[in-house]
Design a protein around this ligand. Structure first.
Ligand code: ASP
Ligand code: CP
Length: 363
């Protein structure tokens, strides 16, 4: 199913890798078209609605009853791990997890690729988070090369691999849930098209902002503001991608510089796991890039404030408990769970079972 060696596959630019990945796996934000994004958001909404009723919950829990998922998270995670687990449970999947490479046979010297091949021989889906940029791509290649095939909707397919964050480059399912949150938050003012999105913080090493930037190609007339100290500014590959896609962008040297024009502010944490920080300490966010109550007051009345979380001091504490519908990050993490139900339903081609259920007359 894939003729390339692992080295040749990894050497391909991501824009070419996506042709091999098709809809077998989720590794890169560049895989998604506008049509896909709209369909994912609609499906997430439908899953949410269907799950509100007893009958809906029961129907959903029968859909993937015979499927086994592995959540292979060997880099820290709370919400991606838990929301995928919950989403799998809602669809009736059985679940296993590996959260520490030291208690798998990787600790005995087994290679990542052999470990993945082993996992794939037992489970019907691998969601993985790993510190290496290429880890999810390695898993996909392994799944393509492995003998095991699943029959999904009458077609033989490789065991689906979903990246729950790979190194500092991509976090594609986070980008999908971010789009879902943006679309919902901006619905009353026409959605994401025509809007200005300000990304703040560690844009250089933050995988969420990279994946979200890629998705901006799907929206008309969008402007992206990259607000970061120069040492954390967005990498040139993303800026070039946006240029080629015709997405306007500019850099800003403080939150204040963009706060009045932004329709969405997306805060991020300094990714200091890549720095040498003393245990129990962290690199504090500088004042210019800390979101405060004054920023909230200066924001447009229709704008929204997002953060992939976890956060530390880059958002002033008072903002958390202020009763303001523009503060979206807690709802954003809940949106993530529904988006992950939609992602799994699409991978297993069972979305129609949920949509059909939502259209059945009550009785
Ligand atoms: N949770 C997100 C990630 O894993 C953002 C972060 O950790 O700062 O990329
Ligand atoms: N947003 C996100 O990926 O959170 P976790 O690191 O807690 O999974």
């Amino acid at each position: 199913m894939i003729d390339l060696s692992l080295a040749d596959f990894l050497a391909l630019p991501d824009s070419e890798k996506v042709h091999h990945i098709r809809d077998y796996a989720i590794l890169y934000a560049q895989q998604f078209s506008r049509e896909d994004l709209d369909a994912y958001c609609r499906l997430a909404d439908t899953c949410r609605e269907v799950h509100k009723t007893e009958q809906g919950r029961t129907a959903m829990a029968g859909i993937l009853r015979q499927r086994m998922a592995l959540n292979f998270f060997v880099q820290p995670s709370s919400r991606t791990f838990m929301s995928f687990n919950t989403a799998q449970a809602y669809l009736g999947m059985n679940r296993m997890s590996v959260r520490d490479a030291n208690i798998s046979s990787i600790a005995k010297g087994e290679s990542l690729i052999d470990s993945l091949r082993t996992f794939i021989s037992y489970v019907d889906m691998v969601v993985m988070r790993h510190s290496e940029d290429h880890a999810a791509a390695v898993a996909f290649w392994t799944s393509m090369k492995a003998h095991r095939r699943l029959v999904i909707d009458g077609e033989e397919r490789p065991v689906p691999i979903v990246s729950g964050g790979s190194g500092s480059r991509q976090h594609p399912t986070q980008a999908l849930l971010d789009i879902y949150t943006l679309q919902k938050s901006l619905a009353e003012i026409g959605g994401i098209d025509g809007k200005t999105i300000m990304l703040v913080g560690d844009l250089k090493r933050g995988r969420t902002v990279r994946s979200l930037s890629y998705l901006m190609k799907n929206y008309r007339d969008v402007t992206v503001i990259f607000a970061a100290p120069e040492r954390y500014q967005m990498e040139d590959d993303i800026l070039e991608f946006l240029e080629q896609a015709g997405v306007r962008w500019r850099k800003a040297t403080s939150i204040s510089e963009g706060i009045e024009s932004a329709d969405a502010i997306y805060m991020t944490r300094i990714q200091d796991e890549y720095d040498k920080v003393l245990p129990g300490t962290h690199v504090p966010a500088s004042r210019d890039f800390t979101f405060t109550l004054e920023h909230l007051a200066a924001m447009k009345s229709t704008a929204c404030l997002l953060h992939p979380l976890p956060k530390r001091d880059e958002i002033e504490e008072g903002v958390d408990y202020v009763d303001d519908p523009r503060v979206m990050y807690w709802r954003q993490e809940r949106n993530g769970m529904w988006m992950r139900v939609a992602i799994i339903a699409k991978l297993f081609k069972v979305a129609h079972l949920i949509t059909d259920f939502s259209m059945e007359p009550e009785g």
